[in-house]
Design a protein around this ligand. Structure first.
Ligand code: GAF
Length: 384
C-alpha cells in the first residue's frame, strides 16, 4: 500500500497540510465460512492489502471525505439524519455514529483514502475501511478508550445499521487483530482467540478471483442468516438452551426436521459440519498434516456449493480446475456469490495450476481470473 500516494492526494485535495495516516487490512479465511453469525469458529488472517486513510480534525462539525480511487467527494454532518447517500461514505458515517454511540466525542475531520484490496473479491474491503476509521477515531477523538474487541464491533454494527448487511464479526476482527505470519482461530461466541503461526513449508496460498459480483449478495447473505435462525428456533422447542447452531448436533437437527423447511435444513446442515471442520483443520495444522487441511477445504466448497448455495458457475469451475491440477485444497472464500477461491498448492504445482487455470477459465468465460498470492500481514495501525 502506498502511503505517499494517499498523502499527496490528501494534500492536493485539502488545504495543503498533512494529518495522520492509518491503515487496516482485508482478510483471507482458511476455513469456517458463514459460521461466525452462528456462534461458531473461524480461521482468518489479515492480508498485506487493505485501506489507507489520511485524517485531520478540521475544527468543524462536518466530515469532508474524498475517495481517491473513485475520485468522489462527500461532505456530511455527524447526526443520525446526516447519513450520506454514497455507499462508500456510509461506511465512514456509520463508524462515526457507532463511535459516538460508545461515548467518543467525534468532531469534524478531513480525510482521503485509497485501497489495494480488490473490491468484491470476498477479501473484505469494507471491513478494512471500517477498521481504519474506527481505529483512527479512537486515537484522534477517544483517547483510545475503546478496546480492540469493541473496535471490531463498531465495524460490524456499521454494516448492520448503516449498510444493510447482517454480517458476523469475522472480517472486522481479523482486520483489527491481524498479525503478520499468523492465522487467528476465533470463537465467535466468546471472542476468545488464538494466533496460529502459519508457514506451510512446501505450500503456497493463492487466491483465484472469478471477478464475479452478485448484485443481490447482501440480501442473499441476510437470507442465509435467517435460515440459520429459523433452524435454531425449531431446535429450541426441544432444546431451550440452544442459542446458536454452534450448540447443535446433526442429531438435534434431524430430530427437528419436521419443523424445518428443506432449504433451511440444508443451510443448517452445512453450518454444523463447517464448524466441526474448523476444529479439524486446526488439529491437522498442529501436526503439519496439509493433506487433511486440503481435504476439509474441498468439503467446505462442496457444502457451500450444494447445501448453502453461495457458489456460482465460475467458482465451481475454479474449484474443479484446482482438483484437476492436483491442488491440495480449494474452496470459495468469504460470503460467496462471486469473489475468490482460496487454494493451498504445493510449490512445485503452483505455476502449472495458475497457468492452466487461467487458460481454461478464459476459454470458458472469455476473460482471465485474477491471481493474488497471499501474504499474511498485520492488523489496524497508525502509520505516521
Ligand atoms: C462475509 C461476512 F461479512 C462475514 O461476517 C462472514 O459471515 C463471511 O461473509 C462468511 O464466512 O464476509
Amino acid at each position: 500500500m502506498d502511503t505517499e500516494y494517499v498523502r499527496s492526494r490528501f494534500i492536493k485535495h485539502f488545504d495543503g497540510t498533512t494529518g495522520f495516516l492509518y491503515a487496516s487490512p482485508g482478510r483471507i479465511n482458511l476455513i469456517g465460512e458463514h459460521t461466525d453469525y452462528n456462534g461458531g469458529f473461524v480461521f482468518p488472517g489479515a492480508v498485506d492489502k487493505g485501506m489507507i486513510a489520511e485524517i485531520k480534525p478540521n475544527g468543524t462539525d462536518k466530515v469532508r471525505a474524498y475517495s481517491i480511487d473513485l475520485k468522489d467527494y462527500v461532505e456530511f454532518g455527524l447526526n443520525e439524519e446526516d447519513a450520506p447517500r454514497a455507499s462508500w461514505a456510509r461506511y465512514i458515517f456509520g463508524v462515526c455514529r457507532e463511535m459516538i454511540k460508545r461515548g467518543v466525542d467525534v468532531k469534524g475531520f478531513n480525510t482521503a483514502f485509497a485501497g489495494d484490496v480488490p473490491l468484491g473479491a470476498g477479501m473484505s474491503s469494507s471491513a478494512a475501511l471500517e477498521s481504519t476509521y474506527a481505529f483512527a477515531l479512537n486515537e484522534l477523538f477517544g483517547e483510545n478508550k475503546i478496546d480492540k474487541f469493541e473496535l471490531a464491533k463498531v465495524g460490524q454494527a456499521t454494516e448492520h445499521n448503516y449498510c444493510g448487511v447482517n454480517c458476523g464479526i469475522m472480517d472486522q476482527f481479523a482486520s483489527v487483530f491481524g498479525k503478520a505470519g499468523s492465522l487467528i482461530r476465533l470463537d465467535c461466541r466468546s471472542l476468545e482467540y488464538q494466533y496460529f503461526p502459519f508457514h506451510p513449508e512446501g505450500y503456497r496460498l493463492v487466491l483465484m478471483d472469478s471477478v464475479v459480483k452478485h448484485e443481490l449478495a447482501s440480501s442473499a447473505y441476510n437470507k442465509r442468516r435467517q435460515s440459520c435462525e429459523a433452524a435454531v428456533a425449531a431446535i429450541q422447542k426441544k432444546h431451550p438452551h440452544v442459542e446458536f447452531l454452534r450448540d447443535c448436533t446433526m442429531a438435534m437437527l434431524e430430530e427437528a426436521k419436521a419443523d424445518i423447511s428443506a432449504e433451511d435444513y440444508m443451510r443448517a446442515e452445512y453450518v454444523i459440519e463447517e464448524i466441526q471442520r474448523v476444529l479439524d483443520v486446526c488439529e491437522a495444522l498442529e501436526k503439519d498434516d496439509y493433506e487433511t487441511v486440503g481435504q476439509k477445504m474441498y468439503e467446505t466448497h462442496h457444502g457451500m456449493s450444494k447445501l448453502y448455495e453461495v457458489s456460482c458457475e465460475e467458482l465451481d469451475f475454479l474449484n474443479d480446475c484446482a482438483k484437476e491440477y492436483g491442488v491440495t485444497g480449494s474452496r470459495v472464500m468469504g460470503g460467496g456469490f462471486g469473489g475468490c477461491t482460496i487454494n493451498l498448492v504445493k510449490d512445485e504445482l503452483y505455476d502449472n495450476f495458475v497457468e492452466k487455470t487461467k487458460a481454461a477459465f478464459k476459454a470458458k468465460f472469455g476473460r482471465s481470473p485474477k491471481v493474488y498470492d497471499v501474504v499474511i500481514g498485520d492488523g489496524s495501525r497508525r502509520l505516521e
